[in-house]
Design a protein around this ligand. Structure first.
Ligand SMILES: Cc1cc2nc3c(=O)[nH]c(=O)nc-3n(C[C@H](O)[C@H](O)[C@H](O)COP(=O)(O)OP(=O)(O)OC[C@H]3O[C@@H](n4cnc5c(N)ncnc54)[C@H](O)[C@@H]3O)c2cc1C
Length: 387
């Protein structure tokens, strides 16, 4: 049978788009179908921090490959990648200890990082509060992107190298035939393909709702803010702080981590709202500040109240002001994003009748891990030699 495509990817977020990217690199005929006119999901609502340093060893490997891929694309097509590095600031001796241990782990992994003294942190990062920072750990290879720009430019780039991109079309059903798959779109079009990969993010109501309702997927709601532009003030690097050191998976591989976590107050607002403080300066000079985490199971996504909770925003700002004196903390935008993740594994993968592959639940690591992970996953799905 002749199929219209070798691969149809459902979902034009970062995970689906990088699956399309790698399939195109292998010379396949690929269609990417996105239900909105431009993606509206987690991929355009995040910080745009590409931080393999925060991942466990497995996902650091994917993240490091993603760094290489982002930089390679940026060399030929501007997708808003900036290599400004990432820095973690410790606020007490426990966090400083974890930075030193992570530095050792990265030495062994041959991943470049530099320990920074308090004085060096103060010298490099204007506005950083002397009464907050004890030490820093800097990752020079890491990049940031402008999420709302990156994905649309990546789509343009892929179209130029042969992708068929269908925007504002929802895939409403996939039907496996004796050979190949029919894919039905909301406008009445039917496409055919040898394989389908579904990267639906946190949309669990359109395709296979029963499967998702019975899965161990949950959804995280994250509140974010953006200040007004900061004039001439420059905040280089992605900034991650003490609470991120206490939260990110990379640090769970440090010898002292378990003992340090055991001492934390389980009833604090930090724990109640899943808060850690991150800063990233956007290209227009504003600073993006976040974030918090509230959870619901996949079949109870509607329980995540769609309002922004001002108590959470006020707490994030109160903590942020203890870390960096920005020229202005006047907020010009507030939003939330949703991402899906599994309770028991690092990503959700389910295959239907050999050729329909669902891949979602990448959690809070999608901007960092997707490009590298999708490369390996395309090799697995098409039984290709691993490069
Ligand atoms: C606030 C926030 C901050 C974050 N910060 C970072 C960060 O700094 N660094 C990092 O690495 N990660 C970060 N993340 C995580 C990252 O954004 C996600 O892991 C990633 O965007 C998930 O990508 P995705 O493609 O799986 O999902 P999505 O971006 O949600 O994309 C799924 C797409 O599928 C489409 N779709 C669904 N069903 C259909 C259908 N039936 N037909 C057609 N289209 C369909 C949707 O419209 C959507 O565009 C953050 C997330 C949030 C929410």
């Amino acid at each position: 049978m002749e199929y219209g495509y070798d691969l149809i990817v459902v979902g034009g977020g970062v995970l689906g788009t990088f699956h399309a990217y790698h399939a195109l690199k292998h010379g396949f005929k690929v269609a990417l179908i996105e239900k909105d006119r431009t993606p509206q999901g987690a991929t355009v609502r995040n910080f745009g921090q590409v931080v393999p340093s925060g991942m466990n060893s497995k996902w650091q490997t994917y993240g490091r490959e993603s760094l290489r891929i982002y930089k390679e694309i940026q060399e030929t097509f501007d997708i808003s990648v900036r290599q400004e590095g990432s820095v973690y600031f410790a606020s007490d001796e426990e966090e400083e200890q974890l930075l030193e241990e992570l530095y050792q782990i990265n030495q062994e992994n041959q991943y470049s990082s530099q320990l920074l003294t308090k004085a060096k942190c103060m010298e490099r990062y204007g506005g950083l509060r002397k009464d907050y920072v004890k030490a820093g750990l800097f990752f020079p290879e890491e990049v940031m992107v402008e999420p709302r720009v990156m994905i649309n430019r990546l789509h343009c780039y892929l179209k130029a190298v042969g992708l068929d991109l269908f925007l504002h079309k929802t895939v409403i059903e996939c039907n496996k035939l004796s050979e190949g798959i029919e894919v039905y779109l909301s406008d009445g079009t039917t496409l055919t393909s040898a394989k389908v990969i579904i990267c639906n993010g946190s949309d669990f109501k359109t395709l296979y709702p029963q499967l998702f309702n019975e899965s161990d997927l949950k959804v995280s709601k994250i509140q974010m803010m953006q200040t007004k532009p900061q004039g001439h003030f420059v905040l280089p690097s992605s900034i991650l702080t003490g609470l991120s050191i206490r939260r990110y998976e990379a640090f769970s591989e440090c010898p002292s981590y378990a003992a340090i976590k055991a001492k934390e107050d389980a009833d604090s607002p930090v724990k109640k709202w899943g808060v850690h403080i991150l800063f990233k300066q956007a290209m227009n000079g504003s600073v993006i500040i976040g974030d918090s985490h509230e959870y619901a199971d996949a079949d109870h996504i509607d329980d995540l109240n769609m309002d922004l909770k001002m108590d959470i925003d006020n707490f994030i700002l109160q903590e942020a002001k203890k870390i960096i004196d920005l020229p202005t903390y006047e907020i010009q935008n507030r939003w939330f994003g949703l991402y899906s993740q599994c309770k028991t594994s690092d990503i959700y993968q389910h295959t239907i009748k050999n050729d329909i592959h669902i891949v979602t639940g990448i959690g809070g690591k999608g901007m960092t891990g997707s490009a590298g992970f999708a490369k390996e996953n395309i090799n697995n799905i098409f039984n290709l030699q691993h490069a």
